[in-house]
Ligand binder design. Structure first.
Ligand code: CTP
Ligand code: CA
Length: 210
């Protein structure tokens, strides 16, 4: 099986030396890539800037912005049987990127932001992907309801829902606890464990559903 996995944060430039981003470490996506490779699958990993090393044997494509991730997904998706979207894509980017470093002149500064491309949301509707589609949902409240809504809107076969209000799991952590949400309304809770162990369980569950 050939898998495409997105991972890590995106960076949206404000000026030549500054950007908007988030705390994603990329660990969940990299652990999924490693688990898939260990199971004998082929993996294309499309990754924002992270500090962890890529698993050996992966086809790594490095990107910075949401737009670059969108383009990379579009050009590598066809031919993949499964796509897993674990990246923490910026929802907004500066409407303009200053060509020179912004100097501190005024007492306040307002940045105008515009929406980025919804990459996962484009996969069925724009790219015509017909394979098994897995998204993540980072939520601080109404975990399952919000995840089910994303599953429907983005045409996913599985949403891995993450309660990001709990400290020590999820974003920027080595451990995670998730709830799997399926299109038939079924949910499965996977308890707190290392992202490595969780990734193996997730790849096993995804493989068994295909
Ligand atoms: N995602 C994406 N492109 C974006 C935003 C999100 O591909 N521009 C993907 C993420 O990788 C994840 C899923 O969509 O698999 C859900 O991301 P999340 O941030 O939880 O949902 P959003 O649709 O961005 O909604 P919100 O942040 O308002 O909850
Ligand atoms: Ca978001």
């Amino acid at each position: 099986m050939r898998l495409l996995i997105t991972a890590g944060p995106t960076r949206e430039p404000i000026d030549p030396v500054r950007f908007l981003s988030n705390r994603s470490s990329g660990r969940m996506g990299y652990a999924l890539a490693e688990a898939a490779l260990a199971t004998g699958h082929e993996v294309i990993l499309i990754s924002g800037p992270v500090t962890i090393p890529p698993p050996s044997g992966v086809q790594l494509i490095r990107i910075e912005t949401a737009r670059e991730m969108y383009d990379a997904v579009r050009s590598h998706l066809l031919g993949c049987h499964t796509a897993i979207f674990s990246a923490a894509v910026a929802d907004y980017r500066p409407a303009q990127t200053a060509s020179q470093k912004i100097k501190k002149t005024a007492d306040t500064l307002t940045l105008q932001l515009e929406r980025t491309e919804d990459i996962l949301g484009s996969v069925r509707s724009q790219f015509g992907f017909q394979g098994f589609l897995v998204g993540f949902a980072a939520e601080t409240e109404n975990l399952v309801a919000h995840a089910q809504d994303k599953l429907q809107r983005k045409g996913c076969d599985l949403i891995i829902a993450n309660d990001v209000s709990q400290s020590g799991i999820g974003f920027d952590s080595t451990e995670n606890a998730v709830t799997l949400c399926f299109p038939d309304g079924q949910t499965t809770a996977l308890p707190r464990q290392s992202k490595t162990a969780l990734a193996h369980e997730l790849i096993h569950i995804i493989s068994s559903r295909i």
